[in-house]
Write a protein that binds this ligand. Structure first.
Ligand code: ADP
Length: 222
């Protein structure tokens, strides 16, 4: 479970303070597929970055699976992120000179695993996300939707408990978006992974078990 208590983030830019998140307290249960919604600038990405341990809060608490993450050392936090969390961003973040399967395998090499075992697992993920026959392709040979499926497979490489997705369909047409969302839905149902997804498209709502709606740095409805 992810639990935040009075989670607050204030960005300081010179003399200006931006109160991006204001005392946000929320719980997300294991296996939930949660949509994080709200207008632009309402704090959605900030929330995702904080609970995804990609940035640090100004104040407040984040407890994940019973562990208070703010009490972790930097090294423990990195390992925790690598083992327990997967990330999908809107720009896919695929490395240009690596093949599909090599891109997918990256997080496992971060854990120092044995090469053959890693490649076997990456190969299974290539199939799972529907990219059979494209394992050796490079980024430039893939459509946006295919690149996002590589990013999803990569996020699953270490079998994380939670997958964070920040507007994963922002750069995709409706058909590719549907393929990507169907894939998230299937993986959530089959693997029971918690999925926390930022979205601004009303038609995505039917995929979510629940929505957390932000406005001006606060949750207005759950
Ligand atoms: P959303 O994802 O809902 O569009 P964000 O979490 O990106 O909202 O932003 C919330 C507020 O924090 C906005 O006012 C935004 O301009 C500000 N903000 C976000 N990131 C930064 C940053 N790195 N530095 C300064 N202000 C930021």
């Amino acid at each position: 479970m992810i639990e935040t208590g009075d989670l607050t983030k204030t960005y300081i830019m010179g003399d200006v303070q931006v109160h991006a998140l204001k005392e946000v307290s929320v719980k997300i249960e294991p296996g939930e597929f949660v949509g994080v919604v709200g207008p632009s600038g309402s704090g959605k990405s900030t929330f995702l970055h904080l609970v995804g341990l990609l940035d640090s809060q100004t104040s407040g608490k984040i407890v994940i699976g019973g562990t208070d993450v703010s009490k972790m050392s930097v090294a423990t936090r990195s390992r925790f992120r690598l083992e327990k969390m997967g990330y999908v961003f809107q720009d896919y973040a695929i490395i240009e000179d690596l093949t599909v399967i090599e891109n997918i395998a990256i997080p496992a090499f971060g854990l120092g695993e044995e090469h053959d075992e890693v490649m076997d697992r990456a190969s299974r993920l290539v199939e799972e996300v529907g990219l059979s026959g494209r394992a050796d392709h490079l980024r430039r040979e893939l459509s946006g939707g295919q690149q996002q499926r590589v990013a999803i497979a990569r996020s699953l490489m270490n079998d994380p408990a939670i997958v964070f997705a920040d507007e994963p369909c922002a750069n995709l047409d409706t058909d590719s978006s549907k393929t990507v969302l169907d894939l998230f839905q299937r993986l959530n149902e089959e693997k029971g992974q918690t999925v926390v997804m930022v979205s601004h498209e009303p038609w995505h709502e039917k995929y979510f078990h629940r929505m957390i709606q932000f406005m001006d740095g606060r949750i207005i409805t759950e």
